[in-house]
Design a protein around this ligand. Sequence first.
Ligand SMILES: [Zn+2]
Ligand SMILES: [Zn+2]
Length: 555
Amino acid sequence: MKRTIFTLLITALIFTSCQQTATKKAADPNQEFDVVILNGRVMDPETNFDGIRNVGVKDGKIAIITESDIKGKETIDAKGLVVAPGFIDGHQHGIEPYAYRNMLRDGRTTIMDLEIGAHGPKLDEWYKRREGNSPVNFGIAVAHEFARAAVLDGFNDWKYLYTPDALYTREKDGWSKTRPTLEQGNEILSLLDEGLRQGGIGIGSTVGYMRQGVSAREIFELQKLSGLYGRQIGMHFRNTPGTDTEEINGIQEMLSNAAALGTPAIACHFNNPGYNMVHELLIRMRERGYNVWGEIYPYNAGSTALNAVFLEPEVWVKALGNKYEETVQDVVTLEFYTQESREEMLKKDPVRQVIVYKCKEEWVADWVKLKGVAVGSDGMPLFPDAGLSWDTPNEDLPNTHPRFAGTFAKVLRLARENNVPLMQAVAMTSYNYARPLGEMGLKSMQVRGRMQEGMVADITIFNPETVRDNSTFAHGTKPSTGIPHALVNGIIVMKDSEPLKEFSAGQPIRFEVQEKSRFVPLSIEGWTQEFYAVPEDFGGGVPCCDFANEEGHKH
Ligand SMILES: [Zn+2]
Ligand SMILES: [Zn+2]
């Protein structure tokens, strides 16, 4: 038996090396490429390759990386510039035409919403709306909070099919505060299952906005469900934002489930109190073979809706010791709220966007030093959005948190100013998201985030000496500079800092649609047989009162 495996392995190795030789032979440097990028500093975070090379792009792929002279139909002069894998943003909530110019100026060639996500049954439609209609790649998770809004508040008026719908779903609070019955829990899970069946990139859970309504059992069942598909959960932790203990307890909930179930997980925006320990937890779990990772955005303030549960006085003021007048700022007027003005605004516009100061400014540079961390911008959808499009001039876009436009360039600037190795910063902006997603079987991410022959030609070209963010809390959509060129799937989508309307370039980042769903509704009987630990309802997780008495199970 062992011998057979050994022979198979050897055969496989020979076969693989033949294939590689074959691929290399195919890339004749004398052919005409679609695009050539000349004399740039090519950096590959997977192999640590760092050298001046010419890059030939053909049929959407990186066909050759060479010191030889090459020619193409189009030429980019990259002398003095870094030629890096296209930036991958796993946490962008505004995946809309009005956002694409800002995304490209910031070097982002893939944007995904893996924290809130799309409503399960609408996932396919979400992708269809963007196919042939986006210069950047796009992807999305399945939304826990929207499944809850559908089941617990009866919401079914989907306009956007993903995050911006929260403007309407969050006007009620059943999604946030209600404990589902077992039956409702099964409905929530089957809506999520439908999104996974349709190819969603795991589950996004904003449990931090649903602290009262979502039990530990519910989160555990969510992670079990994503695990049936081998996919991740991305989580805005239960106690985020919180103290340096609460934040860590929040991620411990997710990581202990991930360990028990063997499922992947993303610690969304852990740039909060307690980040040092969150980082260590993630590293130690990865060392033990778990596919878990974390992301940061480099700002000391966050952004959310004014009616978020953690901004209620009992939490924000009493428990966390904050003052509204120092920490909660209106995104439009830039004025800080008081407890009274917050209450007044809640009556008029409960989901109004605000900036929330929650960290020390000196921590920001520290986050860029965390090796292995990925960058997720947490860019917000813009409101009001009527009439906004690709053609809307930048100065006419509504204001928003500066992370929308500046996150990736800011990471590169902070890395430069704080002597973080450039290769580490390049890894943060691309490979650190591509690698774990690829590891869990997402094929489109196995061939991105890398500057290697044969990989997809998503490429961001920037000046390491000048790249910088320009967006501020007063002008959140001011474009980044120092990133002149970008390619998506081999197509030039930005040249000389001018984004091009190449809407055929962007591809869906998505799992294949499955024929059958994998979710089996939870039942008292199932739990009893397996664990003798019967939840009384979906919020339970405690042994039921009386095993002998069947009536005892009916609540
Ligand atoms: Zn969040
Ligand atoms: Zn977010």
